[in-house]
Design a protein around this ligand. Structure first.
Ligand code: NAD
Ligand code: UDP
Ligand code: UDP
Length: 336
């Protein structure tokens, strides 16, 4: 039996029983690193229409170039701190700078994006009856005193530090999500994302994996911030996108940790990058920034049980995929 694709449905017919309407999905921050990979995956489904809104602060049109002009795709320059009127069925709300150097650059804007931006997207979800997923962060656990972090841990966050615009901003965003859920019955999903890496990361955004790979390719020393024994757990972006879609499509509000439990010290990460990419490169210890969490590793029991999800790509296998993309963008070919 063959299935024929229904024509795009004009809005008055969206609820007609004779038409199976496409699913309209809004992705805020869709021109960014994780957002653009999410868009790629959503666009694979012919029943999805994807609308991206982005202010291009840290994202770029380049990340979406293969979809520009596609009949099921639309890209709008828009800042989520302003109200937005669109008719959609689902909202993936990612808009927010994620790298410390960018979110600290204009902290007031960062907190506005997290608070007013999330409020606007919730107001939109309420008006149109859409389900909304927030990409929260492992930073809500602050400098955690519980290890590994479970979703029930309330965190250890400095409310007045240089990271607070992001950490506390995301904590308020989570609160808003639950208040709209309880007060207005909005369908919500919250993902607590742990450090994610992969192709299309901003080359100079200061995050550790992108820094080390760019440094290795430029023959510059890998800058390990002291003491270097602090840990992070790195999730490859395709695993992350898979987890986000499962969360959106499942029945659980979350919050649910989505991350890879493989935990590494920054010295171990530098050594791995050195081994895989540039065995001669030097490793240099440099000064750290304030409030740097000393350890971070997700407990993903909930994601496994409730979403049937666990990451597949090991750091050792993911780094070379990112190296390839960075080589192309930096114009550094592999020496044979
Ligand atoms: P990114 O910086 O690549 O993407 C964020 C996107 O949001 C960019 O395209 C940027 O231009 C856009 N944006 C920022 N402020 C905006 C505003 N006011 N209005 C409209 N668009 C705006 O970052 P990413 O790594 O892709 O992160 C995406 C989401 O995932 C963020 O919400 C981030 O907090 C969350 N997250 C990411 C990580 C990670 O390791 N990458 C970890 C935890 C949480
Ligand atoms: N909002 C939006 N798009 C919509 C509906 C609402 O951007 O389609 C914004 C609206 O401007 C408001 C926020 O979402 O600032 C919260 O909306 P809500 O209706 O919950 O609250 P109210 O407008 O009553 O303060
Ligand atoms: N880091 C590092 N060298 C760098 C950049 C970061 O050693 O060039 C360390 C940083 O001190 C932190 C860890 O890497 O302990 C992760 O930092 P990143 O900014 O990537 O993410 P986040 O702090 O948000 O987890």
């Amino acid at each position: 039996q063959t299935t024929t694709k229904p024509p795009p449905t004009p809005s008055p017919l969206r609820f007609s029983k004779f038409f199976q309407p496409n699913m309209r999905i809004l992705v805020t921050g869709g021109a960014g690193f994780i957002g653009s990979h999410l868009v790629d995956k959503l666009m694979e489904n012919e029943k999805n229409e994807v609308i991206v809104v982005d202010n291009f602060f840290t994202g770029s049109k380049d990340n979406l170039k293969k979809w520009i002009g596609h009949p099921r795709f639309e890209l709008r320059r828009h800042d989520v701190t302003e109200p937005l009127l669109v008719e959609v069925d689902k909202i993936y709300h990612l808009a927010c700078p994620a790298s410390p150097i960018f979110y600290k650059y204009n902290p007031v804007k960062t907190i506005k994006t997290n608070v007013i931006g999330t409020l606007n997207m919730l107001g939109l979800a309420k008006r149109v009856g859409a389900r909304i997923l927030l990409t929260s962060t492992s930073e809500v656990y602050g400098d955690p005193l519980v290890h590994p972090q479970t979703e029930s841990y309330w965190g250890n966050v400095n409310p007045i530090g240089v990271r607070s615009c992001y950490d506390e901003g995301k904590r308020v965003a989570e609160t808003l999500m639950f208040d709209y859920h309880r007060q207005h019955g909005i369908e919500i999903r919250i993902a607590r994302i742990f450090n994610t890496y992969g192709p299309r990361m901003n080359i100079d955004d200061g995050r550790v994996v992108s820094n080390f790979i760019a440094q290795a390719l430029r023959d510059e020393p890998l800058t390990v911030q002291a003491p270097g024994t602090q840990t992070r757990s790195f999730c490859y972006v395709s695993d992350m996108v898979d987890g986000l879609i499962r969360l959106m499509e499942g029945d659980n509000t979350g919050p649910i940790n989505i991350g890879n439990p493989g935990e590494f010290t920054m010295i171990e990460l530098a050594e791995l990058v050195k081994e895989l990419i540039s065995p001669k490169v030097e490793i240099k210890m440099v000064e750290n920034t304030p409030d740097d969490p000393r350890q971070r590793k997700p407990d993903i029991t909930k994601a496994k049980e409730l979403l049937g999800w666990e990451p597949k790509v090991k750091l050792r296998d993911g780094l070379p995929l990112m190296e390839e993309d960075f080589r192309l963008r930096l114009g550094v070919s592999k020496k044979i």
